[in-house]
Design a protein around this ligand. Structure first.
Ligand SMILES: [Fe+2]
Ligand SMILES: [Fe+2]
Length: 291
C-alpha cells in the first residue's frame, strides 16, 4: 500500500472573484497579506497541484492524506475552485482522508456556513462512529487489517489577525486516548493526522501565536504508539523529527506548492512496517527522493 501525504497547497482565486461581503475583519488584512507576501511565496499553485496529481497517478498512490490549508481565506469561491481541483484525488484506489487547516476556517462565518463540511465532508468519514466525540472527530479509517488513520481537528477561526494558533478540543484528546488503546487499532500501524505541528523541525515547540497550544498533551497521548506516525502541516517546511519519549515519528508535510522547498511524504506499507520517502518538485514535475 502506497500513501501520499501532502499539505498546505493554499490554492487561491483572483481577488475580484471574492464577493464584497466576504471582505470583513481579518480577511481584509489576510487579503493584503496575500497580495503583498503570499503571492511571492506561492506562484503557479494551480499548475503545481496538477503536477502533484500527475505524480499521484505515475507513482501509483493508493491512498491520499491531506492535512489542510487548501485555501487562503476560506471563501466560497475558493472552496468551489479547490474542491474541483482536488476531486480527482478522491478516486485514488483507497480514497482520500482530510482535516481542515486554519486558513480553511479563516473566519467564524466560514464555520457558520459549514463550508469545509459541505465541500470536504466525504473526506472526513469514519469507520468507527462509536468512537466520535462530536459530529466528525476523531475520525477513524481502517485500511485492510494492518493500517489505521485517525484524524483530529486542531484548527479553529482566529479572528485576531496576529494570531494563527490551534488547539485540539479536550474532548477529542480524551477520544484519541481511547481510540489508541482499542485492540483493533493498536494492532495496526496508526497514522495520527492533524493540521497543526506539535513540534518544529528542530524538535522545539512552535510559538504561542502560531503553534498548537496543547501540543504537549497531544504528544503525551501519542507517545506509547509503537507502530505509527504523526502527520501534520501548517509549518510550510517539509520535515521529519523524532520527539524524545514519543514513539511515533513526526512528519510535517510542509507545503507541496510553495516556491522554495515544496515537498510532501510518501509512505510505503509492508504489513505493519512503513518506509518513508520525501517527495519534492524538480522543475516541472514532482519526484521521490530518499528520506
Ligand atoms: Fe498553511
Ligand atoms: Fe495553517
Amino acid at each position: 500500500m502506497r500513501i501520499l501525504h501532502f499539505s498546505d497547497i493554499h490554492l487561491d482565486v483572483p481577488i475580484k472573484k471574492i464577493p464584497l461581503r466576504e471582505w470583513l475583519g481579518k480577511r481584509v488584512i489576510g487579503g493584503l497579506n496575500l497580495l503583498l507576501y503570499r503571492r511571492r511565496k506561492f506562484e503557479n499553485v494551480w499548475q503545481r497541484f496538477d503536477q502533484l496529481n500527475e505524480f499521484r497517478l505515475r507513482e501509483k498512490v493508493d491512498l491520499v492524506l491531506c492535512t489542510g490549508d487548501y485555501t487562503l481565506l476560506g471563501t466560497e469561491p475558493e472552496y468551489e475552485a479547490v474542491h474541483r481541483a482536488v476531486a480527482p484525488m478522491y478516486s485514488s484506489p483507497l480514497g482520500f482522508v482530510s482535516v481542515p487547516g486554519n486558513h480553511d476556517l479563516y473566519m467564524p462565518n466560514t464555520v457558520r456556513h459549514e463550508r469545509f463540511e459541505r465541500y470536504f465532508g466525504s473526506s472526513m468519514t469514519t469507520d468507527r462512529p462509536d468512537l466520535k466525540v462530536d459530529e466528525f472527530w476523531p475520525a477513524v479509517r481502517l485500511f485492510g487489517p494492518e493500517v489505521a488513520v485517525v484524524s483530529i481537528n486542531s484548527s479553529r477561526p482566529n479572528p485576531l489577525p496576529w494570531r494563527s494558533s490551534g488547539k485540539i478540543p479536550d474532548r477529542q484528546l480524551v477520544g484519541l486516548r481511547k481510540i489508541l488503546a482499542e485492540p483493533d487499532i493498536a494492532s495496526r500501524f496508526v497514522f495520527i493526522m492533524t493540521h497543526y505541528a506539535p513540534r518544529l523541525a528542530n524538535g522545539q515547540p512552535d510559538s504561542w501565536d502560531h503553534g498548537l497550544v496543547n501540543a504537549d498533551e497531544f504528544l503525551d497521548i501519542c507517545a506509547p504508539v509503537k507502530r505509527g506516525a504523526i502527520l501534520c502541516g501548517h509549518v510550510h517546511k517539509c520535515f521529519r523529527v523524532r520527539v524524545p519519549g514519543v514513539a511515533p515519528e513526526l512528519f510535517c508535510g510542509g507545503s507541496a506548492t510553495i516556491n522554495d522547498g515544496g515537498g510532501f511524504w510518501v509512505f510505503d506499507m509492508n504489513g505493519t512496517s512503513m518506509t518513508a520517502k520525501r517527495g519534492e518538485r524538480l522543475g516541472e514535475r514532482y519526484v521521490l527522493t530518499e528520506s
